[in-house]
Design a protein around this ligand. Structure first.
Ligand code: NAD
Ligand code: GLY
Length: 355
């Protein structure tokens, strides 16, 4: 069974398809005039590149592929420059499409190249991690990192289609899969208490990667993200709620050098921190906070740090967060499961007491 979610952005609207054995390139039609560059990484390409290329070739497209080293270091201006050269060599023109086949790293990098090559060519996302399916492939944030920080150069650039083939999750390493569940849980907290309860009731099925459960939750998370992005594409306000737990998570990732915690693991720790702040400041009940921590724990996500980083360093890293204004970090706080508020200034003593 295939499910569809529409991201409603007027002339830039697109569909997310979720299921098994899915076609790729439906939005492109069938045209021998379209040249495609499929970008993947060294882990994903051996598994899925051949199928992706043949599905696009079957539509008549002329297809070239490019493979970058797996890992965050590929989200760089140097890798982008290599891809621009490959795009020129492959003869891409304004009708062409760049396809991201991989996780959030490949999606962010290929999306940035698609947004900027020839001032923008078509972009198609084929996410292969849980995190990319429920978060990074949807909503049009693309970026590369600078030595000074993550995602410092980028563009809002929407894909023409997102194809989330759940079969690709079969090969995802366990730690990466569980990390993706961190972002999944976030959607229950920020928007949908019923979804949160569904997670509580389906922990074993989630951990076993049950396809029917994955179909339901990936669809619901994409619906929520689509709704938020449709209301606030460029993060003038509401879109900030997608960053629940992220102020702390980004700071933790920065001080621990990006190789200790996977993103969803850092988000899990960040949600525990945000839940404690919310109990102190925004009326989140102790019981709701406990339910969140218990769910994260049962899913195998980290809920506390054994060796806490230096507070001053962590606090400084919070100031580098893109949501910080006038040196005051802005937090998303929970009122109850399924409802959050954004743009909250938190008193300095509360930040420290809870950290
Ligand atoms: P990732 O892209 O590094 O993928 C994780 C690992 O899994 C990699 O080693 C990859 O090679 C491997 N992999 C991917 N799919 C696989 C599969 N099906 N089978 C086997 N191995 C597979 O990491 P990620 O967690 O997907 O994404 C993290 C990135 O996403 C970060 O750079 C983050 O900044 C970005 N991000 C962007 C947004 C956004 O809105 N654009 C949102 C969240 C995160
Ligand atoms: N991942 C947060 C956002 O897309 O806004």
């Amino acid at each position: 069974m295939t499910e569809f979610v529409n991201v409603d952005l007027g002339s830039r609207s697109y569909n997310i398809s979720i299921g098994s054995d899915l076609p790729i390139g439906t939005a492109l039609g069938e045209s021998s005039a379209i040249t495609a560059l499929v970008v993947s990484d060294t882990n994903v390409a051996p598994l899925y590149m051949e199928r992706c290329v043949s599905l696009l070739e079957a539509r008549g497209l002329t297809v070239t592929s490019a493979v970058v080293p797996a890992g965050e270091l590929s989200k760089s201006l140097e890798c982008a420059a290599d891809l621009y050269s490959k795009a020129v060599d492959a003869g891409l023109d304004r009708r062409s499409v760049i396809v991201a086949l991989g996780g959030g790293v490949v999606g962010d990098l290929a999306g940035f190249v698609a947004a900027t090559f020839l001032r923008g060519v078509q972009f198609l996302q084929v996410p292969t991690t849980l995190l990319a399916m429920v978060d990074s492939s949807v909503g049009g944030k693309t970026a590369v990192d600078l030595p000074q920080g993550k995602n410092l150069v980028g563009a809002f650039y929407q894909p023409v289609e997102v194809v989330a083939d759940l079969d690709s999750l079969d090969t995802l390493p366990e730690r990466e899969y569980i990390s993706g569940l961190g972002e999944v849980v976030k959607y229950g907290v920020i928007w949908d208490k019923g979804l949160f309860e569904y997670f509580e009731q389906n922990i074993d099925a989630l951990l076993k990667r049950d396809k029917a459960v994955l179909l339901k939750i990936v669809k619901r998370c994409c619906e929520i993200k689509a709704e938020v992005v449709a209301q606030d594409e460029r993060e003038g306000g509401l879109r900030a709620i997608l960053n629940f737990g992220h102020t702390y998570a980004h700071a933790l990732e920065t001080v621990s050098g990006y190789d200790k915690w996977l993103h969803g693991e850092a988000v899990s720790l960040g949600m525990v921190y945000a839940a404690k702040l919310s109990v102190a400041l925004s009326g989140f009940s102790e019981n709701d906070a406990e339910r969140l921590v218990t769910l994260l724990d049962k899913l195998g996500l980290p809920i506390k740090l054994d060796d806490a980083p230096d507070w001053a360093e962590l606090r400084k890293a919070m100031d580098a967060d893109k949501k910080t204004l006038n040196a005051v970090p802005r937090f998303v706080l929970a009122k109850r499961l399924g409802e959050v508020i954004f743009g909250c200034e938190v008193p300095e003593d509360a930040l420290k007491a809870i950290g």
